[in-house]
Every structure is written in structure tokens, then in C-alpha cells.
Design a protein around this ligand. Structure first.
Ligand code: ACO
Length: 384
């Protein structure tokens, strides 16, 4: 019998060569390369290749991979019809989960061990997730879907599909950096969820739709959305301190703070904060960003002693809001990036797959008699 660890904290669920985190030193590497280097020098397409295929691509390999992704951005009109049928007040992550599960019906990928199936389903998922997110964004407002453009890079094309305008290069570069930073993060809840599904040899669309469902929760990717809601609730700089104190006194959590692994400030939050500073130095002050920095200062003072600091979700929402996205779309943008990490783990696991089937510690009773309905009293025989 192994020792029980709630939330499987500290229990390795896989051996992996994809990414590495040192939560005490604040280090994150993708395939051995520091996240700071990738954020400053790479692109989301190149980083995706690195995560999926374990090395940086040559120019020709990168061109081919980027072209394959660009050429598979369109979604079938029936997927658009499906998205049109969803309620306009629905959550974008539910729309994304439903549409990704439906995609799998158009591209059967049962033989998951076939390298062709692996390559093309990977390309399709990375290519089509942004199109689905942008389609729901437009359609739920009653606007027409905007078709993707093959000549634009991943971030540019996504922002173009939201508005029909080619974005300012600085904004597109900021989104591309956000996508790099969110692409992968070791054995987090959504990756684990995807791998549990993958271990049954389910197809990759089902794997990704499981992971999307897990990412949605407020303790995981849903925190991005809640950070901006919290900032809007605080409203102004002078309300920061009383708000934080009241919240913590009521034993509530500050969204965008804390991490199971990092006990220092999340290195991705440091990069995102720098990116936001650069952006607002160029475009002009942002009251929301100034408020966020004040909340971070206050949160640091109050929570530092517990090893709780700002995480990746803290500044990303402020950036996404600047890009014109509604808060409930933030986790879907996270999913657009993380789809690469999920698929990298899927490919890695298939090399030596074993069905996940953990154990439990049974704490119930044994040998209980069955009491016929006619002889059961109210409240009698309750389990607890
Ligand atoms: N606000 C206030 N206190 C916190 C926070 C927070 N955000 N996070 C942790 N703490 C406190 C806990 O109350 C606890 O205090 P105690 O020892 O006095 O009881 C202590 O820090 C340890 O907390 P745990 O819950 O044991 O830490 P865990 O590793 O399980 O938590 C988690 C990680 C779930 C992410 C947590 O920090 C949290 O709820 N954060 C808010 C949600 C969030 O931002 N999620 C995004 C994470 S990043 C990502 O998924 C991409």
C-alpha cells in the first residue's frame, strides 16, 4: 500500500522529456531551453515544433510545419453550424470542448499509433482550435464568422479572425509571446486529464476535449478570467489594500496567486509583466495594469510568507483584455496555446503507453444487509 497524497501532490504520473520546472528557483524549460530565451527569440510555431518533436526545427522544417498548420485552419461548415446552435451566453470553453469533440467525427483517428494520423491530427488541432474560438466569439455576438488567412502567422491570424483587421505588429507579437508561455507546463491538471484519456488509446480529439474540460476550472486556466473580474471589482488603487485584507480574512483565495509547484514568483508572470509594461509604455497608460501591479504588491506582502506569489494567470488577462477579448474567452486563448503541450505529452505517452488505473483507499463498510424498500425508515441506513 502506497502513502495517500491528496491531489496526487508530489506523485510522478509519468516520465517525460518535454518540460522542466524548478519551483524554488523559478525556472521553466521546454526541452531544456529556458522559457525566457524562447519568449524573447522564438515564435509560437517554432516552440510548438520544439515541444512536439524534441528539437528546434531547421528553416525548411519550420516552413513546412507552419504551412501545414496554416492550410488546415478552416473548419467544416457543419462545425460552424454546430457553434451557431450554442447559446450566446454559453462559456467559450464549453463551446470549444464541444466543437473539438465534434471535429474528431470528421477526422477519424482511431489508429493513434500511425505516424501519419499522429502528425495530421496534431496539425489540425493546433490549426483549428483558434478558428473555433474566433468563430464562437463572432457568432455569439450575432456577427458573421471571419475566415482564416493563410498568409498571416498564428497570432496575427487569430486576432484578424476576431475583428477582420490585421492587428498592430506589437499586439500580435505580445499574443505570440503569451502563446509560447502558456504552451506547456509539465504534469498539470489538464495535461494529466488528457493523458488519462490518451491511455485508453482514445483519439486525439477526445484527448484534447478532456483536457479542455479540466483547464476550464477556476483553480486552473479559469483563474485568468477571474483575475480581471477581481480587478474590476476592486475598481481603484485606494480600494486594493482593504479588498485584499477583507478577502484573506474571509479565507478566500486571490485569483492569479499561488501555484502547486512555484514557491517564488512564476517566471512566466515576470515575462508577462515586462511585456505589459512595454506595451503600455508604447500605447499609453493602462489603469487596469496599474491596478494589477498594485494588487500584486499587496498580495506579495500578505502572502509571501506562505510561498504564494503571482502566477502565469495574473497578468495574462490584462493583456488579453487589451487585445479586445472578453474575460470569459481568456481560458480559451490559454487552450489555443496549451493544445501543443497536451499533444506533445500525447505523442510521448504513445511511445510506451500504459492504461492509467490508480488505486483508492476504501473507507466504506462491508457486509451490509439489503433492507427492502417497504421496511426502510426515514434516515435509516444512511451511508454517513
Ligand atoms: N490566495 C490566498 N491564499 C492562498 C492562495 C491564494 N491564491 N493560494 C494558496 N494560498 C494559501 C492557502 O490558503 C494555504 O494557506 P494555509 O496553509 O494557511 O491553509 C497555503 O497557501 C497553501 O495552499 P494550498 O491550497 O495547499 O496550495 P496548493 O498547492 O494546493 O494550491 C492553487 C495551488 C490551487 C493553484 C492555489 O494557489 C489557488 O487556489 N490559487 C488561486 C487560483 C489560481 O490562480 N489558479 C491558477 C494556477 S496557475 C495555472 O493553473 C495555470
Amino acid at each position: 500500500m502506497h502513502e495517500f497524497s491528496p491531489g496526487l501532490a508530489g506523485v510522478p504520473a509519468a516520465k517525460s522529456k518535454i518540460s522542466f520546472v524548478d519551483g524554488q528557483a523559478g525556472v521553466l524549460e521546454y526541452r531544456g531551453i529556458r522559457i525566457e530565451e524562447l519568449a524573447h527569440q522564438s515564435s509560437f510555431m517554432e516552440t510548438s515544433y520544439l515541444l512536439l518533436y524534441a528539437r528546434l526545427p531547421t528553416e525548411a522544417e519550420l516552413d513546412k510545419f507552419s504551412a501545414d498548420v496554416s492550410h488546415h485552419r478552416r473548419i467544416k461548415y457543419r462545425i460552424t453550424d454546430l457553434i451557431k446552435c450554442l447559446p450566446e451566453h454559453g462559456h467559450p470553453m464549453d463551446a470549444l470542448q464541444a466543437a473539438v469533440a465534434a471535429l474528431g467525427m470528421f477526422y477519424p483517428a482511431r489508429n493513434v499509433l500511425d505516424p501519419e494520423v499522429q502528425y495530421w491530427s496534431t496539425v489540425r488541432l493546433i490549426a483549428k482550435v483558434p478558428t473555433i474560438v474566433a468563430a464562437y466569439y463572432r457568432l455569439r455576438r450575432g456577427d458573421e464568422q471571419i475566415q482564416p488567412r493563410d498568409d498571416l502567422n498564428h497570432a496575427n491570424n487569430f486576432l484578424y479572425m476576431l475583428t477582420g483587421k490585421v492587428p498592430d505588429p506589437l499586439i500580435a507579437k505580445a499574443l505570440d509571446t503569451c502563446l509560447i508561455l502558456h504552451a506547456e507546463h509539465t504534469m498539470n491538471a489538464s495535461t494529466f486529464s488528457g493523458l488519462v484519456t490518451a491511455s485508453t488509446l482514445a483519439d486525439p480529439y477526445t484527448v484534447v476535449s478532456s483536457a479542455i474540460g479540466t483547464l476550464k476550472g477556476p483553480l486552473h486556466g479559469g483563474a485568468t478570467e477571474e483575475v480581471v473580474e477581481m480587478l474590476q471589482e476592486i475598481g481603484s488603487l485606494e480600494h486594493v489594500r482593504p479588498y485584499l485584507e477583507k478577502k484573506l480574512a474571509a479565507k478566500q483565495r486571490l485569483m492569479g496567486f499561488g501555484h502547486r509547484i512555484y514557491k517564488v514568483k512564476d517566471p512566466r508572470a515576470i515575462i508577462l509583466q515586462g511585456l505589459a509594461r512595454q506595451l503600455f509604455a508604447y500605447y499609453g497608460r493602462s489603469a487596469l495594469f496599474e491596478l494589477a501591479e498594485e494588487v500584486e504588491r499587496g498580495g506579495e506582502e500578505l502572502l509571501r510568507h506562505k510561498g504564494v506569489h503571482a502566477n502565469v494567470d495574473f497578468y495574462s488577462g490584462v493583456l488579453y483584455k487589451t487585445m479586445g477579448l472578453d474575460p470569459d474567452f481568456f481560458p480559451a486563448v490559454f487552450a489555443m496555446a496549451r493544445v501543443t503541450g497536451w499533444l506533445a505529452h500525447w505523442l510521448e505517452q504513445l511511445k510506451d503507453n500504459k492504461l492509467f488505473r490508480p488505486d483508492q483507499i476504501y473507507e466504506g463498510i462491508h457486509g451490509r444487509p439489503y433492507v427492502p424498500l417497504a421496511r426502510r425508515g426515514v434516515g435509516e441506513d444512511a451511508l454517513e
